[in-house]
Design a protein around this ligand. Structure first.
Ligand code: PMP
Length: 285
């Protein structure tokens, strides 16, 4: 059976799920989105994802033509219709079809799209052995130009850094901000562990406030660990005892090499492994 895609209140077979070529989501990357996970049929932190979607939309002057409650229902209905229990959900709101010019006032009908699919996870050995990443030369968007807090349909900044990573043989790449500090990876937040303390860049380093990041901070603090949200440099990464990334798709994944430098022992660290276990328990509870 073909997957059913929700577009503006209707379900379409995957092959027939289409939007206008005049949609500013396509023409300009003008729109917002969320990437979410469902575990045992329940969407992980759906309310937080919807809050972030609404904040992203507000930041770009886009009015989402529904309520959070209705959209939550639509997400759950789409999952159920497709029989997806443990899966990935991509929720988009485009600016809608307009003219060929930039003017969003000349668009109409923002399209709400819900794609539910089976999750393509990183291979298990990445979790067991840890990832190798490199720093991209492409810096993260300057917050005064396009805030990384907005999860917009325009992901070229991240894609350019991702290409740099892939060309270096890495599936993720580290992005710095305009000050040369650590920001985040192309689709994941970054954490370090140093002398038992957990460190991660603050939101004002110019990053997306990850839902998984927030869950991991809560988990670490819940076990009595100190978590500092502080500006970090590549030096801090290179001398850290442990490093890991967080994201809805990747969950919590260890990093053992950055820019060819071995992190800690070169193996996923004990605190990272503990947080992976706790995150599994949290999502599968
Ligand atoms: N940073 C960026 C740039 C991302 O695209 C993502 C994935 N949405 C994340 C961080 C992680 O956020 P979350 O934990 O909410 O998936």
């Amino acid at each position: 059976m073909s997957l059913k895609i929700y577009i503006a209140g209707q379900y379409y077979d995957k092959e027939h799920a289409k939007v206008s070529v005049y949609d500013h989501g396509l023409l300009y990357g003008d729109g917002v989105f969320e990437g979410m996970r469902s575990y045992s049929g329940k969407v992980f932190r759906l309310d937080e994802h919807l809050d972030r979607l609404w904040d992203s939309a507000k930041a770009i002057w886009l009015e989402i033509p529904t309520t959070k409650a209705e959209l939550a229902q639509a997400v759950n209905d789409t999952l159920k219709l497709n029989g997806i229990v443990d899966g990935y959900i991509r929720l988009l709101v485009t600016r809608g079809a307009g003219t060929l010019g930039l003017d969003p006032n000349r668009t109409s009908d923002p399209q709400i799209i819900i794609i539910t699919d089976h999750i393509a996870l990183y291979p298990p050995e990445f979790y067991e052995q840890g990832l190798e990443i490199v720093t991209a030369s492409t810096i993260r968007n300057h917050p005064a130009a396009l805030s990384p807090r907005i999860k917009s349909l325009n992901y070229l900044n991240n894609i350019l850094a991702k290409i740099e990573g892939l060309k270096a043989g890495c599936v993720e790449a580290l992005m710095l901000n305009q000050k040369g500090e650590i920001a985040e990876c192309t689709g994941d937040n970054i954490f370090l562990v140093k002398r038992g303390e957990v460190l991660t860049p603050p939101i004002d380093a110019g990053i997306l406030e990850g839902i998984t990041r927030n869950a991991v901070i809560e988990l670490a603090r819940g076990t009595g660990r100190t978590v500092h949200e502080i500006p970090l440099t590549r030096h801090d990464v290179y001398v850290s005892d442990e490093c890991f990334l967080t994201g809805s798709a990747a969950e919590v994944i260890p990093v053992v090499k950055v820019d060819n430098r071995v992190i800690g022992t070169g193996q996923p660290g004990a605190i990272t492994r503990d947080l992976i276990q706790r995150f599994h328990a949290l999502t599968r509870e």
